[in-house]
Design a binder for this molecule. Structure first.
Ligand code: AMP
Length: 186
């Protein structure tokens, strides 16, 4: 099963993604995790990406698309994957569509975790990750609203979008996600 998992920063996507990849046979592809690993390893890509990440801005599309193109070619992705944090712009979504069309492996579903924006700031401020200063948090929310939210219409137009309520306990939200993905699991 090939899934895109989409939602604003602070929606709880990472937590749900961990549980979903334990439940279904699919690789967990988190571009945020990949970038943090590259940054910690001080690779050229990692150091370049860090300048954007620490400002709450999106890393340029060509960097991200190259990372994902390499990752999708690895054997574990043949069984399916959960894309967590990618695509984040229309250009990334179009690149993904082109890659998947070439392999004849279309997406099954795009799952949106919905959380109201006023809830997100509180959650992000309480999470205390090193890069989560109030200004950076605000910038990340702006990036979501302006660059990533347009994907909802994009995938809605492809009839791939399914949205679930991201308010409630971790378990309640997981059950909602599972109810959707069960329709597509083989
Ligand atoms: P995340 O852990 O998904 O919130 O990602 C952390 C940071 O990595 C983001 O704030 C961006 O700076 C960067 N990032 C992760 N995924 C992407 C992406 N698909 N496109 C651009 N930047 C990304």
């Amino acid at each position: 099963m090939r899934v895109v998992f989409i939602g604003p920063p602070g929606a709880g996507k990472g937590t749900q993604a961990e549980r979903l990849v334990e439940t279904y046979t699919m690789a967990h592809l988190s571009t945020g995790d990949m970038l943090r690993a590259a940054r910690d390893a001080k690779t050229e890509v990692g150091l370049k990406a860090d300048r954007y990440m620490s400002a709450g801005q999106l890393v340029p599309d060509e960097i991200i698309v190259a990372i994902i193109a390499g990752r999708l070619g690895q054997p574990d992705c043949g069984q399916g994957y959960l894309l967590d944090g990618f695509p984040r712009t229309i250009a990334q979504a179009e690149s993904l569509d082109a890659m998947l069309a070439e392999k004849d492996t279309p997406l099954h579903v795009v799952l949106e975790l919905q959380v109201p924006e006023e809830e997100l700031f509180e959650r992000l401020a309480g999470r205390g990750r090193a890069d989560d200063t109030p200004e950076v948090i605000r910038q990340r929310l702006v990036a979501y609203r302006e660059q990533t939210a347009p994907l909802l219409k994009y995938y809605g137009g492809q009839e791939l979008l399914r949205s679930i309520d991201g308010l409630g306990s971790i378990d309640e939200i997981f059950q909602r996600a599972k109810a959707v993905l069960d329709e597509f699991a083989d």
